[in-house]
Design a protein around this ligand. Structure first.
Ligand SMILES: CC(C)(COP(=O)(O)OP(=O)(O)OC[C@H]1O[C@@H](n2cnc3c(N)ncnc32)[C@H](O)[C@@H]1OP(=O)(O)O)[C@@H](O)C(=O)NCCC(=O)NCCS
Length: 180
């Protein structure tokens, strides 16, 4: 099904806290369930992060035709091996029925814009699932990092900063529970 651009909106869970359980469920299904992490733990961490009202994380939700179909976050930390890097594009998930329509690309662009608005100059992500998606969106491979039998691409995106709210990247702080 094609979705016309005018039918797509991207909102923050700051404005739509009712969407928090849905974003937590998507992230749990894609990143935590297989590792045995209970959904309640992911939900509790997501709710704590929102309640903390820290600059990060920020979670965006894409709504297509009135239906929430995907999420992505700007997070202070994400990869345990690289606590020195911040901030991260994290938790990118599009519901299975809505994939292949450019929604992930839109969410990535919206998180990049959020990072720019907060004054960040560089954004990081790691993936072993969608490297070419990010490469097509302008991300560059920085390093390959092994984790057991898995190899992850650490990628970086240079951002053009137009508005500086935070003077440096280390102003980011957030919940220190599960990574996004
Ligand atoms: C990966 C995911 C977010 C892509 O969502 P999507 O809305 O279908 O992606 P888009 O439609 O924006 O795709 C943009 C481009 O990337 C490509 N692409 C989509 N998924 C991809 C993947 N997993 N790997 C590589 N390329 C991918 C598309 O073919 C498209 O290419 P095109 O521009 O040449 O047409 C979605 O499949 C998903 O939620 N997967 C499970 C969670 C996950 O793996 N998240 C990423 C973790 S880093």
């Amino acid at each position: 099904m094609d979705v016309a651009p005018m039918d797509v909106a991207i909102v923050s869970t700051l404005a739509r806290p009712d969407l928090v359980p849905l974003t937590a469920r998507w992230r749990w299904q894609e990143f935590y369930r297989a590792r045995g992490v209970p959904f309640a733990e992911v939900l509790a961490q997501t709710e704590r992060a929102l309640a903390a009202a820290a600059p990060l994380p920020r979670t965006l939700v894409l709504i297509a035709g009135g239906v929430p179909v995907g999420t992505a976050s700007l997070a202070a930390e994400d990869m345990t091996e690289r606590p020195d890097l911040t901030p991260w594009l994290a938790g990118v998930v599009v519901a299975p029925h809505a994939r292949g329509q450019g929604h992930a690309t839109r969410l990535v662009g919206a998180v990049e814009a959020e990072a720019v608005a907060l004054g960040f100059r560089t954004l990081w992500l790691y993936t072993d699932a969608a490297e070419s998606l990010y490469a097509r969106a302008g991300w560059q491979l920085a390093e390959r990092i092994g984790r057991g039998a898995r190899a992850f691409a650490l990628m970086r995106r240079s951002l053009q900063v137009t508005t500086a709210i935070h003077p440096s990247d280390d102003s980011a702080s957030g919940d220190r529970g599960l990574p996004y």
